[in-house]
Each structure stands twice: as structure tokens, then as C-alpha cells.
Design a protein around this ligand. Structure first.
Ligand code: BG6
Length: 484
């Protein structure tokens, strides 16, 4: 018999942010400089500065003690506004708030043996504030940043010893917050490790050949896999109730035509995206990747115990971001689209956002079904949202019906997936409060239910203003996804 289900009773509705995109306060209370804070602001919407970092640009950034060219140093000043911001989340009825801990607040240089108490105390205050409203923190341990010193001294995750630095950090935060945080995830969008230096690996590799870069990125990724698996084990030993997940930037690939060569090409791209969870959920490198490594002269250096560690440190749930789908053909066209997953061609059936990202709500249902079929572990949509240009009207309102339409369509498809039988833990839309864009460091690419009065150059009162979507989301949460 079939009984259609709705969202579960404890469904984790909420929003997601990252420390380097909201906190600001880049140089206070003993915090060290992070890789995110030497990334310059973009010159245009397609200028993705996140991975375009060279040794020279880092030196220049270290000299520059201002926030002017480095928007992630200022964020939206959540560091000082967290009480007001959390109160607004609570007003919408948030059950969960996904946030990250800035590693360099706890270990400013990454290599210290003792943590920075002021940094730990800040997150205590944030977790206590969330607890006041019964909002579950969902903590990303590493979200697109690390202490810059680890890049300067070790070239980031390329150096195996960073695993030890990371585990010292996780040990401290797991112990300190063991009674305040239950849901964790190790690396945000772990597949970013192979997109480009700074994003996932914290390394500078821009002056190397393509194949040298790939070799190093996969090696750095391997170190992250090992670190993640060890952190899962370490966390469970500290508190067996912890739920520790993986996090993937998921982009389902559609074949360009029904020609089997196109179908196979799309499958290949898909496998290249899914392999990260094959490792983190199933606990081993799949053979299609071993073949890919062999055919591309990529040799992953492993210590004797690595495979065992990865096998024993599989995650409790699988989380992912979903913004768009892709189209792949066997013959590469010059007509590539942009987006967070850049591989692919335009899909004539889909509309795009102001930034050219292809909007595909049904792709979310497809994604949820596929991930559930393949892994059979609880799933968590931890990012989804629309980056758009918002207008603050004369009357002081932001009428963002386009954002409501986007989110409604995605929540509807998520509900369909739940009815299909998918075990879904929650939905934390991306950027509930306007924040600095990860890719371009702009402020004008806004995702929030809450408007922040600040422009691309950091001018503005930073006043928080409820957009129309704020009331809409409140209603959605209140009805547990029934009133859309
Ligand atoms: C995800 C990241 O890739 O996409 C977030 O995890 C990011 O950090 C989000 O902000 C949206 O990307 P962007 O470039 O529009 O900020």
C-alpha cells in the first residue's frame, strides 16, 4: 500500500551561510588571515575571483590592511549583529541554521598547539543565541577558507601534514561544542578541491600546467578525504550522537541528445561529480575513477592505512548544494554555460538567473531520487537559492516575487521527491540574509529573505530589512511545507 508522505515532523527548515561571507571582523579578537580574505572583488559578473589568486596577489593583499578590495573581510558584520540576525531567523521560524566556523578564529595560523579562546567564545555565544530559539546549528567545519599561513608555509591541502592541523582543530571544536551542536559536515562542496587552487585546496597552483595541477588537486583532495574520515571517527568518539555529513556541489548532467554517445558523455560527467560521495558514503574510490587516474597519469600517494581509514570513516548523511543542472554532449561545444558547476551547454528548456545559472526545479527531484537510489542514506539539501539584483523601493520594501517563485518551485519538487520515498532531513536555503558572494565577492548578488543595506564597495547603513520572501518563508515553515 502507498501512503503519500509530507515533510517529516522534525524537518530542518532554515538557511545556510559561511563565516567568510557574513562575519566580517576579519582582524579582531586574535583572528588570523584566511585564504578567503585575500581574494579580490570581481570586476564583472563573470569574473570568478575565488580561484584566481597568485603568489603576487597574496603578497599585495597581506600589505593591504583595508577591507576595500577584499569584501570577505567585511562580510555583513554578522560578528557584531548576530543577535539581531538570529532573532530574524527565529521570526521566520527557522528550525536550523547552517553556518561555518572560521578555522583561523580558533587557530589563527593553523599550526598552534593551543586554540584562541576569544574565537571559541564567539561561537559559544552564537550557539547559545540559537538555543534560545530552539534553532539547531548545522556546522560546516571548513567552508572555502583556511588560515592563510597554511597556504604560505605548506601550500594548503597539498601538504599531508595539514590533516594533523585540521584534526587538532576538529578535536577542539567537537569537544568544546559537544553539547551544543549535533549536526556537522566536514568540507563544503568537497568537489571544489579539483576546480582550482584556492577554493577547495587552499593552494596556489596558477603557474603550473593543467596536468600538474590536476595531479596536485587530486592529491590534496585525497588528504581531505582522509581528514574527513578521521574527523568522523574522532567526532563519534567524543559524542556518539553526532551526525556528521559530507557536502557535495551537485550538478546532475543531462545528455544533449538521445544518441548513446551523448548519453555516455553525460554519464561520465555525472560519475565525476558523484565519485566524491562514493568515497565518503560508500568508503572507497570507485573503479571508474581508478581507471580515470590511470589513463590521465594521476598517481594518488597513499599511506598504508588510508583505504582502511576511508572505509571506517563514512558519513552519517549526505548533504549537497543544488543550484542548477547541466547538459553534456560527446562533442564539446564552444557554447559553455556558466554556473557553480561550469561544465555544460545551454539547456533550451530552462531559464537562467541574472548571473546565467540555469534554473531547474525538476532537476532537484531527479537529483534527490538519484542520490537516494545510489546511497540509501539520509539526504539534506543544505544550499539552494537565487542570486538576484534586488531593488529597495522608495517605500522601503523589496518585492522579490522572483525569489519566491524560484524557491516555491524547488520546494514543490522536493516534496515530490519525499513522496517518491526519499529520506530527506531538511532544507537550508542559501543566504537567508544577504551576504558576500563566494564566486565574485559581490554584495549585489543577493540571495536573502533579509536585505542588508550595503553595496559592493561596503557603503551603507547595514540595516536589515525584511523582503517579501521573508513572510512567504515564514508561512512555508509554519505549515511544514504545505502552504507554498
Ligand atoms: C556555493 C557555496 O557554491 O554557492 C557558497 O557553497 C556560495 O559559499 C553559493 O555562496 C552561491 O555562489 P555565489 O558565487 O553566488 O556566492
Amino acid at each position: 500500500k502507498y501512503f503519500p508522505k509530507g515533510f517529516s515532523k522534525g524537518f530542518l527548515w532554515g538557511g545556510a551561510t559561511a563565516a567568510n561571507q557574513v562575519e566580517g571582523a576579519w582582524d579582531v579578537d586574535g583572528k588570523g588571515l584566511t585564504t578567503a580574505e585575500v581574494v579580490e572583488k570581481a570586476k564583472s559578473r563573470t569574473d570568478i575571483t575565488l580561484s584566481a589568486v597568485s603568489k603576487d596577489s597574496i603578497e599585495k593583499a597581506i600589505e593591504d590592511k583595508t577591507t576595500e578590495n577584499y569584501p570577505k573581510r567585511r562580510g555583513v558584520d554578522f560578528y557584531h549583529n548576530y543577535k539581531e540576525d538570529i532573532a530574524l531567523f527565529a521570526e521566520m521560524g527557522f528550525k536550523a541554521y547552517r553556518m561555518s566556523i572560521a578555522w583561523s578564529r580558533i587557530f589563527p595560523e593553523g599550526t598552534e598547539s593551543e586554540p584562541n579562546e576569544a574565537g571559541l567564545a564567539f561561537y559559544d555565544k552564537v550557539f547559545d543565541e540559537l538555543a534560545k530559539y530552539d534553532i539547531e546549528p548545522v556546522v560546516t567545519i571548513s567552508h572555502y577558507e583556511m588560515p592563510l599561513n597554511l597556504t604560505l608555509k605548506k601550500n594548503g591541502w597539498i601538504d599531508r601534514s595539514v590533516i594533523d592541523d585540521f584534526l587538532r582543530f576538529t578535536d577542539v571544536i567537537f569537544k568544546r561544542y559537544q553539547n551544543k551542536v549535533k549536526y556537522w559536515m566536514t568540507f563544503n562542496e568537497i568537489n571544489a578541491a579539483i576546480w582550482g587552487g584556492f577554493v577547495g585546496t587552499g593552494s596556489v597552483d596558477s603557474d603550473m600546467s593543467e596536468s600538474e595541477q590536476l595531479q596536485l588537486r587530486y592529491q590534496a583532495l585525497h588528504h581531505q578525504f582522509v581528514a574527513s574520515a578521521m574527523a568522523v571517527k574522532q567526532g563519534h568518539a567524543i559524542n556518539p550522537d553526532f551526525k556528521i555529513g559530507s557536502m557535495l556541489a551537485r550538478g546532475v548532467s543531462y545528455p544533449k541528445t538521445s544518441n548513446p554517445v551523448d548519453v555516455r558523455a553525460a554519464q561520465f560527467v555525472d560519475q565525476q561529480n558523484l565519485f566524491f560521495d562514493d568515497v565518503q558514503v560508500r568508503g572507497e574510490y570507485p573503479d571508474f575513477m581508478n581507471r580515470y587516474f590511470a589513463e590521465n597519469n594521476i598517481v594518488i600517494k597513499m599511506e598504508p592505512d588510508d583505504e582502511k581509514i576511508i572505509k571506517e570513516g563514512t558519513v552519517d548523511y549526505l548533504s549537497f548544494s543544488y543550484y542548477m543542472s547541466n547538459v553534456t554532449g560527446a562533442v564539446k561545444s564552444d557554447n559553455e554555460t556558466v554556473g557553480n558547476i561550469t561544465e555544460g551547454e545551454p539547456n533550451p528548456y530552462l531559464e537562467t538567473s541574472d548571473w546565467g545559472w540555469q534554473i531547474d526545479p525538476i532537476g532537484l527531484r531527479i537529483t534527490l531520487n538519484e542520490l537516494w537510489d545510489r546511497y540509501q542514506v539520509p539526504l539534506f539539501v543544505v544550499e539552494n537559492g537565487l542570486g538576484a539584483v534586488d531593488k529597495l523601493e522608495e517605500d522601503g520594501h523589496v518585492h522579490d516575487s522572483y525569489r519566491i517563485d524560484y524557491l516555491r518551485a524547488h520546494v514543490e519538487q522536493m516534496k515530490e521527491a519525499v513522496k517518491d520515498g526519499v529520506d530527506l532531513m531538511g532544507y537550508t536555503m542559501w543566504g537567508p540574509i544577504d551576504l558576500i558572494s563566494a564566486g565574485t565577492s559581490e554584495m549585489s548578488k543577493r540571495y536573502g529573505f533579509i536585505y542588508v543595506d550595503q553595496d559592493d564597495d561596503g557603503n551603507g547603513s547595514k540595516k536589515r530589512i525584511r523582503k517579501d520572501s521573508f513572510e512567504w518563508y515564514k508561512k512555508v515553515i509554519h505549515s511544514n511545507g504545505e502552504d507554498l
